[in-house]
Design a protein around this ligand. Structure first.
Ligand code: CMP
Length: 141
C-alpha cells in the first residue's frame, strides 16, 4: 500500500553537507518528498519527539545531539514507504549497517547516525503530525 513516513536528516549529516545525497537515495528508491523543512530543534521539541525513549540511558545524549545543529525533516510517500525507508537507512548502529545503506555510507556512531525514520504505521502517523500540519503536506500524484 502507499504509505507516508517521517524522515529526519540529523545534525551530523546536515553538517557534512550530504542532504542532497541522502535525498537522492529516497528518490532513486521511488519515494517522493511530499513535505520538507529545515529547523533547529529545541530541547522540548526534541524531547517530545523521542518521548518513548525518555527513560533510556541514552536519552540525554540523544536530545543533546539532536539539538546540536539544524536538521531537515521530511515526509516520504510511496509503496511500502515505512519499511523501504528503514531498508535505505540500514541498522541504527552504523557499524552494523549493511554496505550501501545511508548509515553505512554517511554515519559515524549510534548517536550521530545520519537519519531517523518512523518504525511503524502508528509512529509514522504520530511523527508526521508532530512536525507537519496537514496543509503543509503536498499531493504529488
Ligand atoms: P533513531 O532512529 O533516531 O531513534 C532513537 C535514537 O537514539 C536512535 O536513532 C539512535 O541515534 C539513538 N541511540 C543512542 N543509543 C541507542 C541505543 N543503545 N539503542 C537505540 N538507539 C540509540
Amino acid at each position: 500500500a502507499v504509505e507516508r513516513t517521517l524522515s529526519i536528516v540529523k545534525p551530523d549529516a546536515v553538517a557534512k553537507n550530504v542532504v542532497g545525497k541522502i535525498y537522492s537515495r529516497f528518490e532513486e528508491a521511488g519515494l517522493q518528498i511530499v513535505a520538507a523543512k529545515m529547523l533547529r530543534l529545541s530541547d522540548d521539541v526534541a524531547g517530545g519527539f523521542y518521548a518513548e525513549h525518555r527513560e533510556r540511558p541514552f536519552f540525554a545524549d540523544l536530545v543533546g545531539f539532536m539539538t546540536s545543529g539544524p536538521v531537515v525533516v521530511q515526509v516520504l510517500e510511496g509503496e511500502n514507504a515505512i519499511a523501504k525507508n528503514r531498508e535505505l537507512m540500514g541498522a541504527t548502529n552504523p557499524q552494523e549497517a549493511e554496505a550501501g545503506t545511508i548509515r553505512a555510507d554517511f554515519a559515524q556512531s549510534i548517536d550521530a547516525n545520519a537519519v531517523h525514520g518512523s518504525d511503524s504505521p502508528a509512529s509514522a502517523e504520530r511523527e508526521i503530525a508532530y512536525f507537519f500540519a496537514a496543509s503543509e503536506i503536498c499531493e504529488r500524484g
